[in-house]
Design a protein around this ligand. Structure first.
Ligand SMILES: [Zn+2]
Length: 415
């Protein structure tokens, strides 16, 4: 064979292999595609940016001990447990250390409360050392994954526990916190929230700027979920490293939800090198749900006024429960969540999107097909059907977050 013929046949062979790989997904029947999605869910690390399991334990007043630990293995009451994580391929859920805004006051910033939630996560690992492990870096998650263990990295939702003392940023780093959501639903000492109308600081407070600098220095990812738009833009200017949105959706699909990100914010986060992890909550992803909720709220208020009962009155509870049964809120579905992923890809690119379900944080108000941690294969199946490649899906599952997390770790100057 001449040299040209060899090169040509080699080229044809490569073309054939790549075509047949591509065709293999297209030619799969539904059952084969589901099996392939399940295989990928277990082949890749799945890093979910936001799982509120510690909050659910707190609500149920459960401190984990030998007597109470079975809730971690199998608890059909919530959306996260070991058995369903294994089924769904979930290997790196960020445990949310959620601090309600009621702690944003001078006499109690919620530091003790945060510590109690962190202790409960540490207890999971000490009670099940063969099943769970802590993870402070992407490489630690990878080592745990190879050992068949689920990693439990931690993110703190609300910077309130930092109080007015910058040293607390390092304190929480040392306790295992690897991202901090600057605030929750109210303005705090760090910044303004999308859930508040006070506009206390017009974005970041002077102390909040120091907090972002200190998080960059220490190696904690800055999470811009929940913050006001003004805060977001100021963080983008101020941070020296890429940021995350641990659980945020696109405002384009729910225009009245200020908690969601605008197209321009999504582009800016992409330019920052960051990653936006999509929140599944029905009311954040679908304006039809938002509208139905609004109508239901108005009907319920009218009913209570008619009966002369305040919503906070104990007598109102059975009326509200009955109303909710008769007027259920709409459910969105898995395709809507993938629409959000598509939009981030169109605006910022495939390198800037991830998963941030908010499981255990939204009272089970989740889209059909994404009901709990066993459903990641459904998401991957839907992504495959939309033409996402294995490489794309790997990025969405964890690699995009890894890029940010590694950059934050590498830029940090330590103690
Ligand atoms: Zn949240």
């Amino acid at each position: 064979m001449t040299r040209i013929k060899i090169v040509l046949s080699l080229f044809c062979f490569v073309l054939l292999v790549s075509c047949s790989e591509k065709k293999s997904v297209e030619s799969m029947n539904d059952e084969q595609l589901r099996a392939y999605a399940d295989e990928l869910a277990h082949k890749f690390i799945i890093a979910d940016g936001h799982v509120d399991f510690p909050e659910r334990l707190k609500e149920k007043k459960i401190v984990l001990t030998e007597e109470t630990k079975s809730i971690v293995l199998s608890d059909i009451g919530g959306e996260f447990d070991y058995e369903r994580s294994k089924k769904g391929g979930l290997t790196s859920p960020f445990m949310s250390i959620y601090i309600p805004s009621s702690y944003q006051k001078q006499n109690d910033w919620g530091k003790t409360f945060a510590d109690s939630l962190i202790n409960n996560v540490l207890a999971i690992v000490s009670l099940f050392p063969d099943k769970f492990a802590l993870a402070n870096t992407p490489s630690e998650v990878e080592a745990n994954f190879k050992a068949g263990k689920i990693s439990l990295p931690m993110g703190m939702e609300n910077g309130a526990p930092i109080g007015n003392d910058l040293a607390n940023v390092k304190y929480f780093y040392d306790r295992g916190i690897r991202y901090i959501t600057l605030t929750h639903s109210k303005d705090n000492q760090i910044c303004d929230s999308s859930g508040d109308t006070t506009r206390t600081w017009g974005g970041l407070s002077p102390f909040g700027r120091e907090v972002v600098t200190e998080m960059n220095r220490v190696g904690i990812m800055v999470d811009i979920s929940h913050v006001d738009d003004s805060t977001f833009y100021q963080v983008m200017k101020h941070t020296k490293v890429p940021c995350i949105a641990s659980h945020s959706s696109c405002r384009a699909f729910a225009p009245t939800v200020r908690r969601d990100m605008t197209d321009d914010m999504i582009k800016k986060l992409g330019e920052n090198g960051g990653v936006m992890m999509i929140n599944y909550y029905n009311a954040f992803i679908d304006s039809a749900v938002v509208n139905r909720n609004k109508v239901n709220r108005e009907k319920l208020n009218a009913l209570l006024i008619e009966k002369g009962i305040a919503a906070t009155d104990a007598l109102a509870k059975p009326i509200i429960e009955q109303f909710k049964k008769e007027n259920p809120s709409l459910k969105s579905d898995i395709n809507m969540v993938v629409n959000h992923i598509d939009r981030v890809v169109q605006l910022a690119g495939i390198d800037h999107v991830g998963i941030g379900s908010d499981f255990d944080g939204v009272d089970g108000d989740l889209p059909t097909g994404l009901e709990d941690v066993s459903t990641y294969p459904n998401l991957i199946y839907t992504l495959l059907k939309r033409g996402y490649t294995e490489e794309d899906i790997e990025k969405i599952c964890y690699k995009n977050l890894w890029r940010v997390w590694n950059a934050v770790e590498q830029t940090a100057s330590g103690s």
